[in-house]
Structure formats: structure tokens, C-alpha cells
Design a protein around this ligand. Structure first.
Ligand code: SIN
Length: 491
């Protein structure tokens, strides 16, 4: 019985999990060992899952390897139809998927619903893109030759997804891979495997052929990751998570020159220039900083505000932050749920202590709400400088440090002074400034007069040590395709 009563009471159709009781039907094998999934809001055990390891990962890879040529041989329309059926089932079960997500991850139910519809949007997008995998013809430099390029699937893809967006990251990686004709082995984060399990149960109902989608529940991320990187049947690794783990996976893939897509850490600057619409900038900062309790890799990590508008921005921003309500994601009106674990709380506390010791001022928040749990007050600090840890390291929590600046050129240099290059945001109205700053920021994504930019239609990804590759849009499909040049002679 994998699901415990605290989980069941949130579901409209508890039999959504039916196939998980028959694990082999999902391409899994079960062992004696299990691990628990805990609700971070209540500490309740939601489920007990089989704890798989190297052996099961290898078996799942074998199945994916056997299934891949058949999946790739289907017409694009047939692969597209399967993705459409999966999309439809996800829409039908959206409420249950969102409830599972809130229970295992903690985010407010309205955010969980939005994430599930974002996951469905990736499936829809790549169901459409599957039909548009075009090659090209090249005008040959000699009369007796013809030259062309065809696109083919890379093969079996090992995907490792994080706990902060446990539904949308699964869809964002798997749907382009399947559209391209790849088969997959997925290892979701052990804190949040249930929504991935439910999505796989729906994939099974959608009728994907045996071995095309394979799920590994495991608390042993190191061992599973190492096996996926070392197994020659896996031709690509797609990972979202920390830069530290991304480096490790890349090293492990180097022996076989295995392809990697990595979506890693960030240290996003959020800049408010003196010509910005301040109310819009406050709205954007609330979104960019406090969505998912600040636990997104594109969260604004450091806010730079120009001197002329600094005090007014701080006053409006702090007023709004004080109104944010923190609590169990199922409670009505909650804006911010718990942090994922105690280490996350300890990190925020250490960033606050370091900033205060170096002259920063607490403007609101800065306390744990429940000394036993992981709820933390949304916090604003001012008087921040670049020597403080909070300005240099990703906090991954509801902490907004504000840095005052005067010089518009210097702030761009400061914003770029990091090993990371995932997302940046700025608010300004002067068109010349908008273009110059957008071009000068060394980031894969720049939000201009918006605090939110993630979309299935756009290429999500970073530069520098924030990653390799893009997810979403037509570019996301290319990450799962190989280019083959054909040269026909003697014509
Ligand atoms: C993330 O990858 O952390 C952000 C995803 C999103 O903004 O949807």
C-alpha cells in the first residue's frame, strides 16, 4: 500500500495511483527496501515507496534501449498523438496532481495548479513540435552530388528532476525527448516523487508502448546518477539541480563524451532603475522573489535599486511583503508554504546573520514561524553590499536583500560579477536603456518589466556555470536530436 491516509484525503480519485500498486506495469521492479515521502508542512508520512538502486536503473535502461528503435520508427503523428493523450489525461486529473504536489512539496495549492497546467502546456507544445522535425537540403558545390541533413533521436535519455517543480520539470524534459523519438529513464527527487509517479501512471493509461517511459523511485541519487552516466546504453543526461551536482554529472559523462543538458543554479539580479514604474517593479519583485517561497532557480537573489527611487521602493515593497501569508499550502489564502527542509532554513538564517554582522538592516521578517517546522517569515534586508554572502550565493528561500546603487553602468558590471548566468530582471522605461541593459546582461534569460518569464514557448536555460542547453520552444527539441549529414555522390 504505497499511499498513506493523509495523502488519500486530498484526492478526488485515489485510484489515480492504481497502476503504482502494479509497479511492473510502469516498467519498474520492486525490492525489499522502501523510503518515505513526507509532507513538509505537517511532517506526516504520505507514502512509502520502493527504494530502487543500480540494478533497477540498469533494468529500466535495458527496457528503454530495447523500446527506442520502435518508438523512433513511429510516424511523428503517432508520437504526437500519444503526447496529446497524455496531455488530456493530465488536464482531466489536474486537481489531483496539484493536491499531490502541494502535499509532498508544500507549495500553495494555487501555485501547484499553475505548475500542473504549465506541465500540461509542455506536453501540448511538444505534441505539436513532434510534427515539425525538419531537416535541410544544402546546395552542393559540385553537379554530381546532393547534400542534405536529417535529424534523428539521440537514443535513451537519463533524466533527473528536482523537488522544487516536480511536475513541470518532468514534462519539460520528457515531452521533447519523446517527441524527438527518444525513450527515457526518469529519476525524480526523492522528496517529491509522487506527482511524477502519478504522471507516469497517466502516461501508462495514455498508451505509451512498453519501455518508452521508465521511472526510478530512489533515495540513492548518487548511485542512480552514476549508473545513468556510466551506462553506455544511455546516450544523454538531462539534469536540473545545483551547479555542484551538474559538475559531477558532467565529469561522470566525460568518459563516454555523453551529451548533457544541464539547468543549474543561479544568482539572479533584479534591477530597478530610476525611470521604472515603481508599482509594477514592486509587483514583479514579489513574483520573482517569493514565488515558490523563493525556491526557484530563477528567483531574484539580489535586488539593486537606484538611489533616487530606493526609499520609495523599499517602503512599498516591505508593505507588500508584510501582507504575505505563510502556512500550509492547503490553507486558503496562503502565499508561501514551508521550505523543503531544515537545511534550507539554516541557509537563510546564516545569510541573514552574515549580512547583519556586516552592517545590513532587517526591514521585516527574519524569524522561523514554527520552531519545529520549516516555515520562515518573508524577509527584507537593506544596506546590503557585495561582500555579503547573500549577494554572492544563491539563497533559495524567501529572503530579499536590497542593494542601493548610483551608477547605471556599474550596476550591470556588478550584476554580471558572478559565475552564474541563468536569469536576470530589470525595470526601466527608457527604450535606449532597455536595449543596452538587455544586451549587456550576461544571462540566458532576461525579464524586462516582468518578474516571471517561464513559458513552454520560450527557450529556458543559462550560460556560464548555470548550464548547457535549453528547455521549451523549438530549441528544446534540438537538444534531443542528432544532426546527420548525407552526401549522395555519382548523380
Ligand atoms: C526553475 O527551474 O527553478 C524555475 C521554473 C519555472 O520558473 O517554471
Amino acid at each position: 500500500m504505497p499511499l498513506r491516509p493523509p495523502m488519500m484525503r486530498h484526492l478526488k480519485s485515489p485510484d489515480l495511483f492504481g497502476p503504482i500498486d502494479r509497479l511492473p506495469a510502469l516498467g519498474l521492479s520492486t525490492g525489499e527496501r522502501t523510503f518515505e515521502v513526507i509532507n513538509p508542512s505537517t511532517g506526516e508520512v504520505l507514502a512509502e515507496l520502493p527504494d530502487m538502486g543500480v540494478e533497477e536503473t540498469r533494468a529500466a535502461t535495458d527496457k528503454a534501449y530495447v523500446a527506442q528503435p520502435g518508438w523512433a520508427a513511429l510516424t511523428a503523428r503517432e508520437r504526437s498523438d500519444a503526447l496529446w493523450r497524455w496531455h488530456q489525461l493530465i488536464i482531466e486529473h489536474a486537481d489531483d496532481l496539484a493536491a499531490i504536489l502541494t502535499a509532498e512539496m508544500g507549495k500553495p495549492l494555487f501555485e501547484a495548479k499553475s505548475e500542473v497546467s504549465h506541465a500540461a502546456a509542455y506536453l501540448q507544445w511538444y505534441a505539436e513540435e513532434a510534427n515539425r522535425i525538419y531537416g535541410e537540403t544544402i546546395p552542393a558545390p559540385s553537379r554530381d552530388r546532393r547534400m542534405l541533413v536529417i535529424k534523428q533521436p539521440i537514443g535513451v535519455v537519463g533524466t533527473i528532476t528536482p523537488w522544487n517543480f516536480p511536475a513541470s520539470m518532468v514534462a519539460r524534459k520528457i515531452s521533447p525527448a519523446l517527441a524527438a523519438g527518444c525513450t527515457i529513464v526518469l529519476k525524480p527527487a526523492d522528496q517529491t516523487p509522487l506527482v511524477a509517479g502519478a504522471m507516469f501512471a497517466l502516461a501508462h493509461q495514455a498508451g505509451f508502448p512498453e519501455g518508452v517511459v521508465n521511472l526510478i523511485y530512489s533515495s540513492k541519487a548518487d548511485a542512480v546518477g552514476r549508473e545513468l552516466c556510466a551506462n553506455p546504453k544511455v546516450r544523454k543526461i538531462s539534469f536540473t539541480g545545483s551547479t555542484e551536482v551538474g559538475r559531477l554529472l558532467m565529469r561522470q559523462c566525460s568518459d563516454q563524451i555523453k551529451k548533457v543538458s544541464l539547468e543549474l543554479g543561479g544568482n539572479a539580479p533584479f534591477i530597478v532603475f530610476d525611470d521604472a514604474d515603481l508599482d509594477a517593479a514592486v509587483d514583479g519583485a514579489i513574483q520573482a522573489k517569493f514565488r515558490n517561497a523563493g525556491q526557484t532557480c530563477v528567483s531574484a537573489n539580489r535586488l539593486y535599486v537606484q538611489s533616487q527611487v530606493h526609499d520609495e521602493f523599499v517602503q512599498k515593497f516591505v508593505e507588500r511583503v508584510r501582507q504575505l501569508s505563510v502556512g500550509d499550502g492547503f490553507a486558503p489564502g496562503v502565499d508561501i508554504g514551508p521550505l523543503i527542509d531544515k537545511d534550507a532554513v539554516a541557509k537563510i538564517e546564516s545569510h541573514i546573520a552574515d549580512a547583519v554582522a556586516k552592517g545590513g538592516t532587517i526591514r521585516c521578517g527574519a524569524e522561523r514561524i514554527d520552531k519545529r517546522g520549516t516555515f520562515f517569515e518573508p524577509t527584507v534586508l537593506t544596506g546590503i553590499s557585495s561582500v555579503m554572502a547573500v549577494a554572492r550565493e544563491e539563497t533559495f528561500g524567501p529572503l530579499a536583500p536590497i542593494i542601493r546603487f548610483d551608477d547605471a553602468d556599474q550596476v550591470v558590471r556588478d550584476a554580471n560579477d558572478t559565475i552564474y548566468g541563468l536569469a536576470a530582471y530589470f525595470y526601466a522605461s527608457d527604450l535606449k536603456r532597455v536595449w543596452r541593459v538587455a544586451e549587456a546582461l550576461e544571462y540566458g534569460m532576461v525579464g524586462i518589466n516582468t518578474g516571471r518569464m517561464s513559458s513552454e514557448a520560450a527557450p529556458f536555460g543559462g550560460i556560464k556555470q548555470s548550464g548547457i542547453g535549453r528547455e521549451g520552444s523549438r530549441h528544446g527539441l534540438e537538444d534531443y536530436l542528432e544532426m546527420k549529414y548525407l552526401c549522395i555522390g555519382g548523380i
